[in-house]
Design a protein around this ligand. Sequence first.
Ligand code: FAD
Length: 498
Amino acid sequence: MHDLVIVGCGPVGAVAANLAGEAGLSAVAVERAVEVFDLPRAIHFDAHIMRILQQAGVAAEVVADTRVWRRSTFYGADGQPIRVHDWSDEPTYGWDAHYLFYQPALEKILRTRLARHAGIELRLGTEVVDITQNEDHATVTTRDVATGRTEELSARYVVAADGASSFVRANSRIPLVDGDFDEPWLVIDLLCERQLGRPNESEMFCDPRRPATRVPGPGTHNRWEFMLLPGETAEQVQRPESIESLLRPWVRMDEVQILRASVYRFHALVAQRWRDGRLFLVGDAAHQTPPFLGQGMCHGIRDVQNLLWKIAAVLRGAPTDRLLDSYQAERRPHVARIIDMAVAAGRDICILDPATAAQRDARMRRAAATGDLPRTTFQGMPPLQGGLFDGAGELFPQPMVRTATGHECLLDDAIGSDLAVVAIPGALEHRPDLTVPVVRAGGEAGLVTVSGEIDKWLDERDATIAILRPDRYVHALTRDDQQAARSVRELCAVVGRG
Ligand SMILES: Cc1cc2nc3c(=O)[nH]c(=O)nc-3n(C[C@H](O)[C@H](O)[C@H](O)COP(=O)(O)OP(=O)(O)OC[C@H]3O[C@@H](n4cnc5c(N)ncnc54)[C@H](O)[C@@H]3O)c2cc1C
């Protein structure tokens, strides 16, 4: 009996498998394709995702093959800026705020790194064709794509990371709720030795004659996306002469190698339920977003981090339902809210009527002047709400820390992935009975010594004590050591810790 079967080993399934390995679980990741999907889709992830990749033990390899993204300028119908996203003030959790990357390279690293975990098996060229659930396990039927041979796997839980047309979602008869957004865009990826535009900046052209965007990838990779106009077909815009004409303002065809030019429909869809007994939907199987905020894969990676520590706790004996139900309770509203932001951004970008575009440009410029621009994820992620939280829900910062032995490292590397309490000196002196590690911020006496960043963060929230979950979200914030002890006890009961 395995702890988990992970269906699909795209980026989300592969991060789930790495997190499962780090948590010491046994898992089989079943993937229909033999090779990593060779074309880039996602091109951006943010600092929180890098922090999760750090927890998954792959950040050092991943960061080596990225480009830091520093700014994004939006241009109006007149070709002049209407909004500049500059994220120098955004929380970075120990990393750069935003990264540009090449999805096939990320997926290869994630798969290769699985080999270090004896408990994780990757079965390529194998698809899941049936799942039945029993009282204490699920039976997953797989089929070898080459030979047709079938096999049954037993697992305590199933993580469905099988993408937008998820077999698992359909098998569990879980409908998708449609967010009423459906726009076709041509996505062109190419390699070019010449530096195009500023190296760490992207551009969004909100031109009603044809909305478009340009994003530099790592190395020589560059991406353009062009909206299809009414009456245009995918077949027409994918022709070489059409591609050449669209790219003419930036590059000559003799200096580029086109990797792909295909039309995608940008949707907004969220599965109605994310749990069916022992089975959990994650990633594109659970939601699809228009990519205007570059968050589709990021949502999926947040999903599996949220889910995996809870499954690990249940497998160690925690009571099941409250913990496992909190996955959907915490993640679904968060994803739905950010998809709404992406749809709102998309509706602004996809305006084709010149008069409406002029109104949008005037509105954006007014808002920029008064500091009243609509918030997007480029100003930081909203906190999680509901679920297990005791009144908090923000992600805790991740400064560099010095351990008791004088070693300097990022906070999560110093304190691992268990529950933790962070307190300023003196705040918890009367509670030596806490059963989780205590990090003393700013003092010399505790487990680690951390910079003033944490004191300031706590002070801004009128707190001296923060209770952290394994995913480094803040469960509770308080100044009261009795309340902290009570909140720790309650959290320990939910996650099955004595
Ligand atoms: C043009 C474009 C731009 C994007 N830009 C961004 C961006 O900048 N940032 C971002 O975060 N996201 C972005 N996205 C979204 C991102 O690419 C997806 O959200 C991400 O790939 C989803 O990952 P996944 O692992 O959930 O699904 P997938 O990548 O689809 O992987 C699912 C895997 O499951 C396998 N599978 C399916 N069925 C079975 C079965 N029955 N048995 C076994 N295996 C199965 C498939 O072979 C596949 O490998 C973009 C998407 C597009 C199209």
